[in-house]
Ligand binder design. Structure first.
Ligand code: MN
Length: 317
């Protein structure tokens, strides 16, 4: 990517749109709002941020109140930016702005990214899309609002600085963000660890119903659409469950199946040391990272798990 051209385009653009991916997670929200705050601070311009939902736990971030969740019709954007989304499909309803835009840019750290924008910057070694953004931001123009948003991205995509993607560089940049005034415990507890009573109940239920397979190397659990309805939960209420499954002693791969429609499952996969779950998810039309990936599958829980464990077995051989 020609970064000079990017910043020139931002400077000249009258309208700028930003989006992340469907089922926005902490890195998606943090990197999109980080870009929003940076552009506001550096160029005094307000970009439109489109996200499927804006979780209340992130509402302390600057610009969260301006996030557009209903995707109204708009004139084509001068510049439209996709962040943290591995393919165009994953930008969801924002696709219409993206395809109509005069110039598109993509910033991402998914190794499976297809390079779908006019210009793409894809850095798989970046722990978070938020980390990638710090490579292109001028540190002098990172204000506390930008720093807070980026820090959220770091915290969520590294599992609070512990996943294998966390590097010395990650920690050093995070340190720079602390210098900007970020309060880590507030962000880490408030956006990562805190759970509602209902979320804890669903977590408990998933753990109770989990099953060990392949001599304890694989753990699976699932949440049917009916159960989700019963508790009134959405996908974001189920974040963290997969990680609790993954730290089960002896487990190499954790699989969580969330039914989105009748017999349509969103699959989350995590691995600890050996299995490349991104490789498996790509086979089923999804994507992600070496140790954390996802895809959509159809059929019964049994069918999905059967197909996935076959691939896991191949890798463990
Ligand atoms: Mn990410």
């Amino acid at each position: 990517m020609d970064l000079l051209e990017f910043w020139k385009d931002i400077e000249n653009a009258e309208t700028i749109g930003i989006t992340g991916h469907t089922r926005p997670d902490g890195d998606c929200v943090g990197s999109c709002l980080g870009m929003y705050s940076y552009i506001l601070n550096r160029y005094n311009k307000k970009a439109d941020v489109f996200l499927e939902e804006m979780l209340s736990k992130f509402s302390f971030l600057k610009g969260s109140e301006d996030v557009i969740t209903d995707y109204p019709d708009r004139d084509s954007y001068d510049v439209f930016i996709a962040i943290d989304s591995g393919d165009l499909e994953r930008t969801g309803k924002a696709q219409k702005y993206f395809t109509a835009a005069k110039k598109t840019y993509c910033f991402d750290h998914h190794g499976t990214n297809t390079g779908y924008a006019d210009q793409n910057m894809i850095v798989p070694s970046a722990a978070a899309a938020a980390e990638l953004l710090t490579y292109i931001f001028d540190e002098d123009y990172i204000d506390l609002d930008t720093a807070n948003a980026l820090y959220v991205g770091f915290v969520h995509d590294t599992g609070v600085f512990k996943h294998s993607n966390t590097t010395r560089k990650t920690m050093e940049i995070a340190g720079m963000l602390l210098d900007k005034g970020v309060q880590p415990s507030k962000i880490i507890d408030g956006t990562f660890y805190e759970k509602t009573y209902i979320q804890n109940q669903v977590l408990g239920r998933c753990l109770m119903e989990s099953i060990l397979l392949m001599e304890g190397k694989v753990i699976i659990s699932y949440i049917s659409a009916d159960v989700q309805k019963l508790y009134g939960i959405t996908s974001s209420d189920m974040s963290g469950i997969i990680d609790q499954l993954r730290i089960t002693k002896g487990v190499e791969v954790a699989i969580l199946l969330k039914e989105s429609k009748k017999r349509e499952w969103f699959i989350s996969m995590r691995s600890n040391n050996i299995v490349d779950v991104s490789k498996i998810c790509v086979m089923f039309g999804g994507g992600g990272h070496l140790r954390a990936a996802g895809c959509t599958m159809y059929g019964s829980v049994h069918d999905c798990v059967n197909s996935l464990t076959k691939e896991i077995e191949k890798q463990l051989k």
